[in-house]
Design a binder for this molecule. Structure first.
Ligand code: UDP
Length: 491
């Protein structure tokens, strides 16, 4: 019977993309295996993932997508956070996951189930069916330190992070301001907090944790986890650092033609364009959009900026993809015209990996989503961190204080960033590319560090591949050195 690995991502596009890349990596090691990806069908539209799935299906035969039946959410759910809904959706999905795994097992040996953090409820399904379950942690090892250590912090205080007003001490991480922890866990009375804590408690109970990072990027955090310092009371499962896995460079506009924004970049001088893009879910108020526009215009720098419509005032539409933005309405009068020689505004979505790898791009203002961070590192593009949601504030502290790959940005209490600040940081970042006097020392040092990490990433990607013995259902037993190094055992 054919051997299969089942991947179970949460439905956010960033998570799906890196799961698909993990699937391809596994196929490099086990060409005869098949990869089956479970797709959660949501009762609401979370942005269309179909074009992406169609593209992957058309190019990689051994990866198949299996759409689970649509989940109906009970009316009683009043989630304040996306993340609560994400956990709840995956919990309700358990019977579907069970059914899918049973049905796969009729035709193949399911060697492992690899789940996303939000799919923690599926651990019980895997246990019931005696399938080894692994986590694929889609953020970095530093973030994993904080998640694994969360139960310990929880035991040591009775206060919510939002009320602690102090820096948190995680093993071997720089001090993290408690309010920089992910929004959904700031209030320990929130349902989301309970879901995250529960997932953190379950991480060590898995057969292993696969992390999208590489040794030279986060050596301290990787060692700290492998040495068992984050989970004091029980063994830490094997840690597999398989990164940097990034999305493929997609230059098309969906119908095979080259994306217009890449043609525009072709007309710009080398490393002069700052790219502003805020992940799959990043949205700004119209006031903030105008402020960014003013800052960009004043900076005098060339730019490419992905603009989306502001979040809907209508609460029932909170989780829907925003409509196409009306740029004339959202941006200051005459802005597009005045900046047309040196700036391009792209509506809603740009092929980020291709943009970052374009020779004209020399800086990136990012929301600090982990995929974006890795993509920028692989392209050798320095960053300004402007976190918006999820674990991005935490990531920014790590990127600025620990990894020294990004400049920070000052926000007001409510997260508003002034035009002056946008102008200042964009200049600081972009002028460090030229020998200009105004380029700051910080800007130059971030640029150098990103280039060092780019080289290290290339080395990690070309590390010798290893053969993985898939025996007794424990497909990862015997993982060896190389990109699939098992840090805990050194096997
Ligand atoms: N992305 C893109 N174009 C966009 C916005 C996002 O290609 O306009 C891709 C980006 O390259 C990355 C993913 O979407 O691969 C976003 O993942 P990340 O972890 O950075 O952030 P998330 O969306 O999960 O918050």
């Amino acid at each position: 019977m054919e051997n299969a690995i089942v991947l179970y991502p949460s439905p956010a596009i960033g998570h799906l993309i890196s799961m698909v890349e993990l699937g391809k990596l596994i196929l490099n090691h086990y060409p005869s295996f098949s990869i089956k990806i479970l797709i959660t069908t949501l009762p609401y539209n979370s942005g269309s993932i179909s074009p992406y799935i169609n593209r992957v299906s058309a190019t990689t035969n051994s990866i198949t997508f299996h759409h689970l039946p649509t989940i109906s959410l009970p009316h009683s759910i009043s989630a304040t956070h996306h993340e609560t809904l994400a956990f709840e959706v995956q919990r309700l999905n358990n019977p579907n996951v069970h059914q899918a795994l049973v049905s796969f097992s009729k035709d193949c040996n399911v060697r492992a189930l690899i789940i996303d953090f939000f799919c923690t409820p599926a651990l019980s399904v895997a246990a019931e069916l005696k399938i080894p379950a692994y986590y694929f942690f889609t953020s970095g090892a530093c973030c994993l330190v904080s998640f694994l250590y969360h139960p310990t912090i929880h035991r040591n205080t009775t206060k919510s992070f939002k009320d602690l007003n102090t820096d948190l001490d995680y093993p071997d991480l720089p001090p993290i301001p408690s309010t920089d922890m992910p929004k959904p866990i700031l209030d320990r009375n929130d349902k989301a907090y309970e879901c995250f804590l529960n997932a953190s408690i379950n991480l060590p109970k898995s057969a292993g944790i696969i992390v999208n990072t590489f040794e030279s990027l986060e050596p301290k955090a990787i060692k700290t986890i492998s040495d068992g310092l984050c989970v004091p009371d029980e063994p830490t499962p094997p840690l597999y650092c398989i990164g940097p896995l990034t999305a493929v460079d997609d230059r098309t506009n969906g119908d095979g033609g080259s994306h217009e924004c890449l043609k525009w970049l072709d007309t710009q001088p080398s490393r002069t364009v700052v790219f502003l893009c805020f992940g799959s879910l990043g949205l700004f108020s119209s006031e903030q959009l105008k402020e960014i526009a003013v800052g960009l215009e004043r900076s005098g720098q060339r730019f490419m900026w992905v603009v989306r419509s502001p979040p809907s005032e209508d609460k029932s539409k909170r989780f829907l993809a925003p409509p196409e933005p009306d740029l004339d309405l959202l941006l200051p009068n005459g802005f597009l015209d005045r900046t047309k020689e040196r700036g391009l505004v792209v509506k809603s979505w740009a092929p980020q990996v291709a943009v970052l790898n374009h020779d004209s791009v020399g800086g990136f203002v990012t929301h600090c989503g982990w995929n974006s961070v890795l993509e920028a590192i692989c392209a050798g593009v320095p960053m300004v961190g402007w976190p918006l949601y999820a674990e991005q504030r935490f990531n920014r502290v790590i990127m600025v204080e620990e990894l020294k790959l990004a400049l920070s940005l000052e926000e007001s209490e409510d997260g508003f960033v002034s035009a002056d600040e946008v102008e200042k940081r964009v200049r600081e970042l972009m002028e460090s590319e030229s020998e200009s006097e105004s380029g700051s020392e910080d800007g130059r040092s971030v640029r150098m560090q990103v280039l060092r990490m780019k080289a290290a990433a290339e080395e990690a990607m070309s590390a010798p591949t290893v053969s993985i013995k898939a025996d007794l259902g424990r497909w990862s037993t015997g993982w060896s050195t190389g990109r699939l190094t098992n840090r805990s055992t050194g096997n």
